[in-house]
Write a protein that binds this ligand. Structure first.
Ligand code: PBG
Length: 322
């Protein structure tokens, strides 16, 4: 007798019957870049199909996404003014705060997540405040992030998503939010965020490349996985509601390890460089577009992610909509 697994692959109906994982629009998050100055809006060369929006443009984009069935967005702000203190990040009428208000007013059913970091707001491009040695000062940065989180919550964010990789920030943000009555605002922590080369296109999009040095003193060293589990455990202890692994494709083993270790929802970030490399291959005619995107997104779900943050969300939703 020979075993014949091929029997269950014979027709699409049979394959569908035994398909183990599905990518649903419910679980996709579309990142959105919002600029304060109209002249900064427009396409991003290394991310074909993605734009930097004005606040009005972001509202329009959110209406379109919601109509297509996307239920969550992740906002990134690009302020008009940058300085060493990231002062534009903590203003009640900052670009992200205004964008959150406008989007929640126009598309209240959409879950609005706000990326919480300083690198788009500092003139030196680092994710935190610098001390007198020029190093990123952990505790001063954490205090600032907690204040910024409150302004995002006040604007109406459903979720704040700290992506800075400072130690102790989740607890400080949770305390700050709770202190002023925002205990319903969730924290999605970029817990295992690696110091990755795959963020290159994002830094063009957000004009956030560090002016000197790199982010390796706060973002994780790519070869480590036990350390990722420790980072995730700490964030859970500190009160994170959702934990994240980032980037996605080169770190599927980390997603799997996290899935097997923790019971919280796990998000994965299919980052700008992963998007750019596929777009480049599509443009060259080297990869088949729809099938490749579906296969990549399925890999995240198969690895154990509940939430997939991806620049492909809108395109996939449009395809589902027919
Ligand atoms: C901010 C932040 C970055 C990304 C998300 N939040 C850039 C970085 O850490 O340099 C990257 C997202 C992407 O590449 O798509 N700290």
């Amino acid at each position: 007798m020979i075993h014949r697994p091929r029997r269950l692959r014979r027709t699409e109906a049979i394959r569908a019957l035994v398909r183990e994982h599905h990518v649903r629009l419910d679980h996709l998050v579309q990142p959105i870049f919002v600029v304060e100055r109209a002249e900064d809006a427009g396409p991003i060369a290394s991310m074909p199909g993605i734009e930097r929006h004005t606040i009005d443009g972001a509202v329009e984009e959110c209406r379109t996404l919601a109509a297509l069935g996307i239920r969550a967005v992740l906002l990134f702000g690009i302020p008009a003014h940058k300085d060493a203190q990231a002062s534009s990040n903590v203003k009640e009428d900052g670009v992200v705060q205004r964008a959150i208000r406008a989007i929640k007013a126009a598309v209240p059913e959409l879950a609005v997540m706000a990326d919480l970091c300083n690198c788009e707001y500092t003139d030196h491009g680092h994710c935190g405040l610098l001390d007198e040695r020029g190093e990123v000062d952990n505790d001063a940065t954490v205090a600032l992030l907690a204040n910024v989180a409150v302004t995002y919550a006040r604007a109406g964010a459903d979720v704040v998503a700290p992506s800075d990789m400072m130690d102790g920030r989740v607890a400080a943000i949770r305390d700050a939010l709770d202190d002023v009555g925002f205990e319903q605002v969730a924290i999605m922590a970029y817990s295992a965020k690696y110091g990755s080369a795959f963020y290159g296109p994002f830094r063009e999009a957000a004009a956030s490349a560090p002016r000197f040095g790199d982010r390796r003193s706060y973002q994780m060293d790519p070869p480590n996985v036990r350390e990722a589990l420790r980072e995730i455990a700490l964030d859970i202890e500190e009160g994170a509601d959702i934990v994240m692994v980032k980037p996605g494709l080169p770190y599927l083993d980390v997603v799997r390890a996290a899935r097997e270790t923790f019971d919280l929802p796990i998000a994965v970030y299919n980052v700008s460089g992963e998007y750019a490399m596929l777009q480049a291959a599509f443009a060259a005619g080297w990869l088949e577009r729809d099938r490749t995107i579906d296969e990549v997104l399925a890999s995240f779900v198969r690895a154990g992610a509940d939430i997939v943050i991806t620049y492909f969300a809108k395109e996939v939703a449009r395809r589902h909509a027919g």
